[in-house]
Ligand binder design. Structure first.
Ligand code: NAD
Ligand code: WQD
Length: 339
């Protein structure tokens, strides 16, 4: 069976993907510098699956360290999750974001080329569609003008990978454009563990519900949407993780560059998320309506027909599942991986 390197695999999406790959019979190696994660997530994945992971504490920007891993582990494909992801911070510290997020892919490609590793899957984002494309987003639409440096690093990394594949016919690239991942493994043993004040909606909701934060501010209720709050395509992280397994199966058989949206295609509003969370879990989420957050689009969601038709992937989990599993994780781990 093939050996897959997850760069940044100790994080939220990486840890769920590790579990899905191990369940599907793949071997998993993780390289992570734990800048936004903990080695505990890797131990938990081993407990969930009953299988071993080879773990390296390494900075993916360190090409020599990556070459050593490729040589020691005989890697068949890389999934590149490693990077910084806080949109607001990227506006404050653009140079750091460009440096860190672009150096990771450049070093990985250097190391892959030198050691003969030819398959890479990249964690891209719906934000590469920019502000102007009509919804639902389709892979055939052009990348748009991004609204913040984080999103530009995703767009630029896609371009870098496409150019690298053009120059090297042996290199295969899959760009996975995630929509809004939420939820957690149904065991409640792994989940999203943001450091400090959460930037994203669901961890904020769960921290209010568990009593760590007083009140959720819903950013704007005067948008041109049915209830006035923004609508997004929330996807259960376990469905997203299964999408990576399908992408690995595919990349082993196909050359070239392929792009896939990974979303449900169904938009839900912020108010619907809060109401569903309260109903499914029987808990209150104190909330108030506040001003709009700069840079938010009123609504976006995926057309995921291509992933269904080409990869044979589709989502299985409902919004109720997403809310239940997010709460199950938060309740069992009120301080995340910290004791
Ligand atoms: P995360 O922060 O939980 O995971 C990223 C992991 O990469 C962490 O374990 C972190 O320690 C590691 N890392 C960061 N820089 C590194 C470096 N230089 N060397 C080694 N390890 C490094 O984030 P996530 O939510 O799991 O996201 C994974 C990927 O998916 C990211 O690239 C993110 O931008 C992308 N993405 C996330 C979302 C989302 O909403 N969560 C949406 C679209 C795309
Ligand atoms: C969702 C909705 C907020 C917090 C971002 C990135 C995107 C991708 C996913 C990585 C919005 C509202 C939020 C709060 C709120 N990440 N909200 N109160 O902005 O759709 O996407 O994360 O690639 O690139 O841009 O996700 O979870 O921040 O917000 O009302 O305290 O919840 O306004 O409508 P977003 P989010």
């Amino acid at each position: 069976m093939s050996n897959i390197l997850l760069a940044g695999g100790a994080g939220y999406i990486g840890s769920h993907t590790a579990a899905a790959l191990l369940d599907a019979g793949y071997d998993v190696v993780i390289a992570d510098n734990f800048v936004n994660s903990s080695p505990k997530s890797v131990e938990r994945v081993e407990q969930i699956t009953g299988k071993q992971i080879v773990l390296y504490e390494a900075d993916v920007r360190d090409a020599d360290a990556m070459k050593r891993i490729f040589r020691e582990q005989k890697i068949d494909a890389v999934i590149h999750f490693a990077g910084l992801k806080a949109v607001g911070e990227s506006v404050q510290k653009p140079i750091m974001y460009y440096r860190k997020n672009l150096d990771t892919v450049l070093s990985l490609l250097d190391a892959m080329q030198e050691t003969g590793v030819n398959n890479i899957i990249f964690s891209s984002s719906a934000t590469v569609y920019g502000e102007k494309n009509p919804i639902p987003y389709l892979e055939t639409m052009p990348r748009g003008a991004c609204t913040n440096p984080y999103s530009w690093t995703k767009s630029m990394t896609e371009q870098i990978l496409e150019d690298a594949a053009k120059a090297d016919p042996e290199l295969s690239v899959i760009l996975l454009r995630y929509f809004n991942p939420i939820g957690a493994h149904p065991s409640g043993m792994i989940g999203e563990d943001p450091q400090g004040i959460p930037n994203n909606l669901m961890p904020y909701v769960t921290q209010v519900a568990v009593g760590k934060r007083e009140c959720l501010t819903i950013f704007g209720n005067d948008y041109p949407t049915p209830d006035g709050t923004c609508r997004r395509d929330y996807i259960h992280v376990v469905d997203l993780a299964r999408g990576h397994v399908k992408a690995i199966d595919y990349i082993m058989q196909h050359k070239g560059v392929a792009v896939f949206n990974l979303g449900t295609g169904i938009p839900y509003s912020v108010t619907e998320i809060v109401e569903t969370f309260e109903r499914v879990n029987g808990v209150k989420v104190n909330h108030v309506y506040g001003p709009r957050r700069a840079g938010d689009l009123p609504e976006f969601y995926a057309n995921s027909d291509k992933a269904r038709e080409v990869l044979g992937w589709q989502t299985e989990k409902t919004l109720d599942d997403m809310c239940r599993d997010s709460w199950n994780w938060q309740k069992q781990n009120p301080n995340g991986y910290r004791v």
